[in-house]
Design a protein around this ligand. Structure first.
Ligand code: GLV
Ligand code: MN
Ligand code: MN
Ligand code: MN
Length: 410
């Protein structure tokens, strides 16, 4: 425990609520798709809080917002952070918890008049969700040198605007260069977004790594034709190829078992009318597994089945990779530290993989990295009803405080 440094829960709660009002949806939840006016408003709010807390705030060319608190010594900071963009049907905590708990740690250190030996940094990474621009985790990926800035800026979103234009429009094309950072260690606090911790009544997850992610956009071209007059034998039904693929993927993932998951989350049929055979289908494939070999097997099976279905329906197919990240294992010493910090607070803890992608998996390329999970009610996330009880949010923030101070003090 961190003697003399106290988190102020009502201040953190108030910031979570205030950010939750930016892009709030009627009936609950938030929509702050990356680099939209809502995301800009959220960024303005958070950057303003960073400045109020005395952080030195810089914005880099991909729009990452980094706030640094000086230490007694110069040198690589201990860093925390996450993202504040959301999916279209986002909740209050995905990403925001990690950012705002990081700010609360800074605020608590300020209150206590404590200066750590190493600098502390809090990052807000651009477009973690990938719901508007692919790949996901774009800001942190560029930050660690895993994607060229020019390529990221040229990426077109689902609405046709490029990342570069959206950054310019929001005023977040910052002047700071994006350079591979020297970071002493990175810790991200995040909601689990799955059912494990709640089901097992465990307060804290010590995340061992993140499963591999494969995102593909598939476009099927057939012939749109009259639904009443076109015999089944003469159809070139692009919609059939898409929906049969979705059914096949679900079946395959269930047969494979383990932690293989497969999702067709976006499907657009053209012309999308009741009495017209779809002439075009565009859909996405999200495949994940903690085992890279199995993930590759799933990809091969998926692509072969799509080709087979399309050929049988006389349709043509094009595929575009939107994101592909291998599984990531976090530094075992950092996993140990998370576990030990939770135990020291008297909290139940278990080691576990992450099913969702996180900025921490990119930071793990450049520094020892760990993640703290807290339970998600009902395992529900990417949903407006996403919820975590205050007691769990507080526990996660306390573990984050202890870890950051521990890493920054020795
Ligand atoms: C991002 O949140 C993802 O894991 O899809
Ligand atoms: Mn997230
Ligand atoms: Mn998310
Ligand atoms: Mn995510």
């Amino acid at each position: 425990m961190t003697a003399g440094v106290r988190l102020n829960w009502s201040r953190l709660r108030a910031r979570l609520d205030a950010l939750g009002r930016v892009g709030a949806l009627e009936g609950g939840g938030v929509c702050r798709l990356a680099l939209t006016p809502e995301d800009k408003a959220g960024r303005d709010l958070v950057a303003g809080w960073m400045r109020e807390l005395g952080l030195h705030v810089s914005i880099d060319a991909i729009g990452n917002i980094i706030g640094v608190r000086s230490g007694l010594e110069d040198g690589p900071p201990v860093m925390t952070g996450s993202h504040i963009d959301t999916v279209r049907t986002g909740g209050l905590y995905d990403g925001t918890l990690g950012v705002l708990a990081g700010l609360e740690v800074v605020a608590a250190l300020n209150d206590a008049g404590v200066t750590t030996r190493r600098p502390l940094a809090v990052g807000v990474f651009t477009n973690e969700e990938g719901a508007r621009f692919a790949p996901d985790m774009m800001g942190s990926l560029v930050y660690v040198g895993g994607l060229a800035l020019a390529e990221a800026l040229a990426t077109e979103g689902m609405d046709g605007q490029t990342v570069g234009d959206a950054l310019a429009a929001t005023g977040y094309a910052g002047p700071a260069p994006v350079a591979a950072p020297a970071v002493h260690a990175f810790v991200e606090l995040h909601i689990e977004q799955g059912p494990v911790l709640e089901e097992q009544a465990i307060a804290i997850g010590a995340v061992e790594g993140v499963q591999g992610i494969s995102w593909t956009e598939v476009t099927v071209e057939g012939t749109s034709n009259h639904a009443g007059t076109t015999p089944m034998r003469l159809r070139r039904d692009a919609g059939y190829v898409a929906t049969a693929t979705a059914a096949f993927m679900r079946d395959l993932a269930r047969r494979m078992g383990g932690d293989q998951v497969a999702t067709v989350g976006s499907l657009a049929l053209t012309p999308n009318l009741i009495n017209v055979v779809p002439g075009r289908a565009r859909f996405t494939l999200d495949l994940r597994n903690t085992d890279e070999g199995l993930l590759q097997e799933t990809e091969r099976a998926a692509f072969a089945e799509i080709d087979r279905l399309a050929a049988a329906e006389s349709c043509s197919v094009t595929r575009r990779s939107l994101a592909r990240f291998e599984p990531v294992a976090f530094d075992p010493a950092m996993v140990d530290r998370v576990e030990a910090a939770a135990r020291a607070r008297g909290l139940s803890v278990r080691r576990m993989p992450s099913g969702a992608g996180h900025d921490a998996q990119m930071m793990a390329r450049v520094c020892p990295t760990g993640m703290i999970f807290v339970p998600s009610a009902g395992g529900i996330s990417h949903n407006v009803t996403e919820h975590t009880d205050d007691v769990h949010l507080q526990a996660g923030a306390a573990v984050l405080l202890d870890l950051l101070v521990d890493l920054a003090m020795p």
